[in-house]
Ligand binder design. Structure first.
Ligand SMILES: Nc1nc2c(ncn2[C@@H]2O[C@H](COP(=O)(O)OP(=O)(O)OP(=O)(O)O)[C@@H](O)[C@H]2O)c(=O)[nH]1
Ligand SMILES: [Mg+2]
Length: 402
């Protein structure tokens, strides 16, 4: 059956991913990334918080004006501080295909600097994905206004934007109601599950790999109203827990995000004992939660051979309320925007575990946009068969779980 796929071409190199924590919350979020396969940089105006981040690379913004003291909650200062380092930032971003920013909106540094950073990264031809927390209601109107203004600008400058309101992150955690002192830590616990799960999905040598061209297409077309949620569920209680936790999760707007979803990316890491039937059930359950069939529905999954992974399933969902049919206009000149090294192999489907011990599997669910990167070109039809659609999908062949 693999012969149908034709030769698999190895990419020139895996795509390069930079995770950038920006401001106090962003730098703290980096702590959950220790040991994960990604380049990590902490970016902040506050020299002390930068040092405490423990990140391998530190980038201080606006030192000449702020002298390492932070912005005191003033976004205009955060913006000016980022602009002051524009050249250094451009040079940094130029080395990456994807820059994933994480920051807490509401203060001065992340609210002011993130839109500038996203623009600079995009101008340097990187795909930019911003994960932003929004202030707790108890933090007051001014922080909320700073966050709203920053969101407005991020919608213009980032390729993709996922908003994670702190109130919902907190509501998604289980256990006793937290004290004020523990509120941020509890909110970070929810992020702490989502970030590594998604990173696994993104990184080339991970258990769970997503083709970069597919990911870019998802982020660019699903756009700026993304919801991100992650769960760790025991297989023995899978069906109940999915219905009681996932489908009504505060991170998915109590189910509304799924109901109105136009684009859905589902990433699952299970143990070697992960039954295909469970995965199949999960995919169907999530698709059924959408009021109308999403324009884009993508499932990737991997089985980890580590014994600790057995009996559980780690699930990460990216849910978009829109799906643009065409890619947005590139900002940079085409030559710079599309280096050949970004090209990924046609598909990792069916690929054996040569690069590592994990096995990647993919459920061939029918989607309306099977032509992938050829979607915008004229169809090559021979005898009624569209040759731009991979043979194994066209013929409805199921790929064997190796
Ligand atoms: N989840 C989470 N959110 C946080 C944390 N710390 C701060 N926040 C949120 O992020 C918002 C911005 O706070 P900071 O990250 O300190 O702000 P900053 O970007 O460093 O800006 P300045 O300190 O004003 O220069 C706050 O209003 C909180 O809503 C944290 O540890 N975890
Ligand atoms: Mg701060």
């Amino acid at each position: 059956m693999l012969a149908d796929l034709g030769p698999l071409h190895a990419p020139a190199r895996p795509f390069r991913l930079l995770v950038a924590g920006v401001g106090g919350a962003g730098c703290r979020a980096l702590r959950v990334l220790v040991g994960l396969p990604a380049d990590v940089v902490a970016i902040h105006t506050d020299a002390q918080a930068l040092g405490a981040s423990g990140a391998p690379r530190l980038l201080q913004l606006g030192a000449a004006r702020l002298h390492g003291a932070g912005t005191g909650g003033e976004p205009a200062l955060g913006e000016a501080a980022a602009l002051a380092e524009a050249e250094i930032l451009r040079a940094l971003f130029r080395d990456y295909e994807l820059v994933w920013f994480i920051g807490g909106l509401g203060g001065g540094t992340a609210s002011g600097a993130l839109p500038v950073l996203a623009r600079l990264a995009r101008e340097a031809s990187a795909l930019t994905f911003v994960l932003a927390t929004l202030p707790f209601a108890f933090e007051g109107d001014q922080r909320r206004q700073h966050a709203d203004a920053a969101l407005e600008r991020l919608r213009q400058h980032a390729d993709a934007l996922a908003e994670a309101p702190n109130d919902r992150l907190l509501a998604a955690t289980t256990g006793a109601p937290p004290t004020l002192a523990r509120a941020f830590t509890e909110a970070d616990a929810a992020l702490g599950l989502a970030i590594p799960t998604l990173l696994r999905l993104l990184s080339g040598d991970s258990l769970l790999r997503l083709d970069f061209a597919d990911l870019r297409r998802f982020l660019q077309r699903a756009g700026r109203g993304l919801r991100l949620a992650a769960f760790r569920l025991p297989l023995a209680e899978l069906r109940t827990r999915v219905r009681e936790e996932v489908l009504v999760s505060p991170l998915l707007d109590a189910g509304h995000a799924l109901a109105r979803a136009r684009a859905l990316l589902l990433a699952v890491v299970g143990g070697a004992d992960l039954p295909l039937a469970d995965l199949d059930w999960l995919a169907r359950e999530l698709r059924d939660a959408c009021l109308s069939p999403p324009a884009h529905f993508r499932v990737t999954a991997a089985a980890s051979p580590e014994p600790a992974a057995d009996g559980h399933l780690q699930l990460c969902l990216l849910v978009g309320a829109e799906w643009r049919e065409a890619d947005p206009e590139p900002l940079a000149p085409p030559a710079a925007a599309e280096p050949p090294s970004r090209e990924s192999p046609p598909s990792a489907v069916g690929e054996a575990s040569a690069a590592g011990p994990a096995v990647q599997i993919e459920i061939p669910l029918p989607t309306p946009d099977l032509q992938g990167k050829f979607a915008d070109t004229e169809a090559n039809t021979v005898g009624g068969a569209d040759l731009d659609i991979p043979t194994f999908i066209r013929r409805g062949l199921r790929i064997k779980h190796l």
